[in-house]
Structure formats: structure tokens, C-alpha cells
Ligand binder design. Structure first.
Ligand code: PAF
Length: 285
């Protein structure tokens, strides 16, 4: 696996790959890789002739009080894993390479970018959309792979790609969970053993709501009430949002129906975790 650090080198290498293969898949990451990321790489490998990845901890998507400095960085181990999974090229630019001094252009996805995580983390999705727009220009892949755990991120990026006519297909890949059901996240490693147990309440909330929906309770008010009651059983977990929304616009719906996104974000200690399912999609919790 080649590791490239400059935009110019990566652009050239991707152009060369595209000249000799039919399809190029791209897996953008911030590193600290886990099985969730690997499932993206494996899906890309199954669907594309060549696969490239990126590792870039993007400062633009972290708020001033968030964990940019502490965000786990495991570059050597990540490289070994990506190489083992058959990634051809890893793009690993510095912050200065991605945002040279004087760079002032950002991408804001109005509306959808201000909902769910965008409401609790102002500016977050401008940071995400900006870096993903840049990465998609550098790589010019046919398909780019993202985890469905970040459901709001996927909605924002789908809107950006649609509105700005990016010639790329975004592929959402299912959430990967640990044996106890906790959705895999690079931030899980921040959790103490006690907090890890507490974090399981996020899944219990969603599971309860999913069961109620399959039992015929569609009204969002009733579903919120049930979910909040489960959450109250774990007083150390602080809710950020519990949302029953249209999966594309992220606007609240009065009644859940097939395709509705049910999403939760909560703080366990100082660690913010998210999880979700889409009604009727076969998502497993
Ligand atoms: O989901 C992530 O890991 C990041 O938000 C992404 C898409 C790599 C952009 O920095």
C-alpha cells in the first residue's frame, strides 16, 4: 500500500488508477480504525476494482471545546490493517496540506446540516461537508463508503452530492456492533468499564422503540415517551437528542413509517455516543 501525503500526489495516483480500472472505491476515515471501518473497506473491495482510503483527523469538524487534540490517533496500526484489507493507496495529508493558509472556502448544507448533530455541534457539518468535498475532488472515486451510524452525516453528504452534482455514488453501510450490542465507535475507547455498561442504554432505548413500532405504535409522541422512560433508568447518561425524523431532511415526523430514522445521541461521562435505526429497513440492533 502506498501512503501519499500531498493532494497533488494523490490526485495523480487516483487518475492513474482510474485509467486502468473500471471502478474506484473510496473510504474516508479519521483513523482509529475498528471493525466498522473495515466493513466499509470490505464492501468497497467487493464492489470496486480498486480501493483507496484516507486518514485525516479534520480539525474543521471539531468544536472549540471538543476532543480534536485527544482524538485517538493510531496511524501505524491503521496502516497495517488497511494494507491487510487490500487498500491500494492511503491518503494521509497534514492539516496544512488540506487547509493551506489563506484557504477560506467552506461548504455549508443549509437546513439539514443544522439538525440533529448539527444542532448540538454548531459548525460540525460544515466541517464534514468541506473536508468530504475536498477529499472527493482529490480522489474522484466512483463510489464513496460511509457508515450508517452517522445517519445525519450521511443525510448531509447525500444532500451536498445531489446539490453540487458530485459524480460519485455514496454508499451507506450498516452499523457494526460489539457482542453486547454497543455500536462500534472510535470514541468507545474513551469509556471506563462502568460507563461502557451504562452506554448500552442507548441501544435499549432504540430496541424498545423498534419493538413498539413493530407492535403498531406509530405516533412519535408515544414512542418518545417510551424511549425517555427507558433512558431514565440510567441517570448517568445525559440525553443530547432523541429524534424521529425523515431520513433525508432530518425534519421531525409526527408518525414513524417505513424509512423513518430513529436516532439517539447521549453523553456517557464526557463521551458523546450516537446510534440509530431506520424503520422497516431490516437494521439490527
Ligand atoms: O465519519 C468520519 O469518520 C468523518 O466525519 C469523515 C467522513 C471521514 C470526515 O472527516
Amino acid at each position: 500500500m502506498r501512503v501519499l501525503k500531498t493532494v497533488a500526489a494523490m490526485q495523480l495516483a487516483c487518475k492513474e488508477i482510474r485509467a486502468v480500472t473500471r471502478s474506484l472505491g473510496f473510504v474516508p476515515t479519521m483513523g482509529a480504525l475498528h471493525e466498522g471501518h473495515l466493513s466499509l473497506v470490505r464492501r468497497a473491495r467487493a464492489e470496486c476494482d480498486s480501493v483507496v482510503a484516507s486518514i485525516f483527523v479534520n480539525p474543521l469538524q471539531f468544536g472549540p471545546t471538543e476532543d480534536f487534540d485527544q482524538y485517538p490517533r493510531t496511524f501505524e496500526a491503521d496502516c497495517a490493517v488497511l494494507e491487510g484489507e487490500g487498500v491500494e493507496i492511503l491518503f494521509a495529508p497534514s492539516v496544512g496540506e488540506m487547509y493551506p493558509s489563506g484557504a477560506v472556502t467552506t461548504v455549508t448544507v443549509a437546513g439539514v446540516g443544522d439538525r440533529l448533530d448539527g444542532a448540538s455541534r454548531p459548525g460540525h457539518f460544515t466541517g464534514v461537508a468541506t473536508v468530504v468535498a475536498k477529499l472527493l475532488h482529490v480522489v474522484s472515486a466512483d463510489r464513496a463508503y460511509f457508515g450508517k451510524k452517522d445517519a445525519a452525516q450521511l443525510a448531509v453528504l447525500r444532500t451536498m452530492v445531489r446539490d453540487l452534482n458530485f459524480p460519485v455514488e455514496l454508499v451507506g453501510c450498516g452499523i457494526v456492533r460489539d457482542g453486547d450490542g454497543l455500536a462500534l465507535s472510535s470514541r468507545n475507547r474513551y469509556l471506563s468499564a462502568v460507563d461502557r455498561g451504562r452506554a448500552l442504554v442507548l441501544r435499549r432505548v432504540l430496541l424498545d422503540m423498534m419493538w413498539r413500532i413493530s407492535g403498531g405504535t406509530w405516533a412519535s409522541d408515544a414512542l418518545y415517551a417510551a424511549g425517555l422512560e427507558i433512558l431514565a433508568s440510567e441517570p448517568h447518561v445525559r440525553l443530547d437528542y432523541l429524534a424521529i425524523v425523515d431520513a433525508d431532511t432530518l425534519l421531525p415526523v409526527k408518525e414513524a413509517k417505513p424509512g423513518t430514522l430513529v436516532a439517539i445521541a447521549a453523553y456517557v461521562g464526557t463521551t458523546r455516543l450516537i446510534d440509530n435505526f431506520v424503520v422497516g429497513s431490516g437494521d439490527e440492533l
